[in-house]
Design a protein. Structure first.
Lengths: 187, 198
């Protein structure tokens, strides 16, 4: 055998508002553990994708669209709003994609938020938290340990070096590196 | 535990042998054969070296990894197509990535083809790209912080320290503290006096 698979636990049942295209394989026991989206549909997977050990942490109003031939292993998608992944995208291990700030930037609002998510919340709602869609276009390569943050659009064919923290749009076919990620060349 | 003659590790949870390409001095510690499940090339553990769970060696048939004397690998991800050398007395923290190749071409058109090929071959990874690899070499007594990525072609000189979460894209001279993403030299560390064992 040329390659040995790590032992894969069986995938959890797929929620009814998740659409999976033909030829797409999904592995892992953590994939829907933090899936709370009530959207119809909440996730649309294209065809012939491979998702192994991916966590899909979706808030109530989140939607995620995944194209065809997307390869992802041991990474996390944190969506409160919208994340689009194009066709032929490679996502390395330990990658995180988030379309939200998770908590308010304003310190006073953050106190409110801390109380609202605490055991003494008493049903208080959380304050408004900034979100913005993340769009990853076709043929993008995202190296291991990278983070793609809210509101970012990564242009077609771009190459994100391992460990990059992408906070701004990346032009098509750009090669980026660093925290914050900067363009270092073209591919 | 050390490697038994039947190529199993005492008390291992993983039901598989350590591949023949992995050699280990009797005085080494390998946590599990699972760490080497993706090894098709050579991996050499010198005396006193130790590797712990959370590590994954992905070594292709042309790859050769050398782990020097008393080097500690506390959770590394190694992608090797040519040569990765970790010097003696190295201290490597968790989630550290060493890669001597990207395993993927830079040109988006070629990456596109490889992902389709992976599907048709039902392979667990897109592989077989004809891409160059550039050896990674760590000198002796190097200390790497957690979550660091070491990119293809990097040489880190003897006695240097890399700060946590750095991405090392360029060579680091000996006896230097470097950090950042991309990593930059911050200052020099004291070289040992002549004759003093490092």
């Amino acid at each position: 055998m040329s390659h040995v698979n790590p032992p894969n636990p069986p995938a959890e049942p797929i929620p009814p508002n998740v659409q999976v295209g033909s030829g797409t394989e999904i592995f892992g026991d953590k994939i829907f553990r933090r899936f709370f989206s009530e959207r119809e549909p909440a996730i649309v997977f294209g065809e012939n994708c491979y998702f192994d050990g991916v966590q899909l942490a979706l808030g109530k109003r989140a939607i995620v669209r995944v194209g065809n031939f997307v390869y992802a292993a041991n990474m996390i998608i944190l969506a409160e709003h919208e994340i689009q992944i194009g066709n032929h995208v490679f996502l390395g291990f330990n990658v995180a994609i988030a379309d939200t700030d998770f908590h308010p930037l304003d310190p006073a609002l953050r106190v409110q938020d801390a109380i609202a998510v605490s055991p003494v919340s008493g049903g208080r709602p959380r304050p408004v938290i900034a979100t913005a869609p993340v769009i990853i276009e076709d043929d993008v390569w995202i190296g291991p340990n990278s983070a793609i943050l809210k509101g970012v659009r990564i242009g077609a064919g771009a190459f994100i070096e391992p460990g990059s923290v992408v906070t701004k749009d990346v032009p098509p076919r750009a090669r980026v590196l660093g925290n914050p990620a900067q363009v270092i060349g073209q591919v | 535990m050390g490697l038994r003659p039947d190529r199993r590790i005492e008390g291992d949870w993983y039901d598989g042998p350590v591949p023949d390409g992995v050699s280990a001095h009797p005085e080494t510690h390998l946590d599990s054969a699972f760490i080497f499940a993706n090894v098709e090339g050579k991996v050499e553990f010198r005396r006193g070296s130790h590797v712990y769970s959370g590590s994954m060696f992905d070594v292709s048939p042309t790859g050769h990894v050398i782990v020097g004397e008393c080097a500690m690998l506390n959770g590394v991800y190694i992608v090797c197509d040519s040569r990765i050398v970790i010097g003696a007395y190295a201290t490597i923290s968790w989630n550290v990535v060493f890669m001597d190749t990207y395993r993927m071409p830079f040109a988006p058109e070629a990456r596109h083809k490889l992902l389709e090929q992976r599907f048709h071959e039902r392979a667990p990874q897109p592989k077989g790209a004809d891409v160059p690899s550039h050896p990674v070499v760590l000198g002796d007594n190097v200390w790497i912080g957690f979550d660091v990525c070491i990119l293809p072609g990097v040489t880190i000189g003897e006695g240097s320290v890399i700060g946590a979460r750095s991405v090392v894209a360029d060579d680091v001279p000996p006896y230097t503290i470097a950090a950042g993403n991309p990593a930059r030299p911050i200052r020099a560390v004291q070289r040992p006096a002549a004759g003093e064992r490092t």
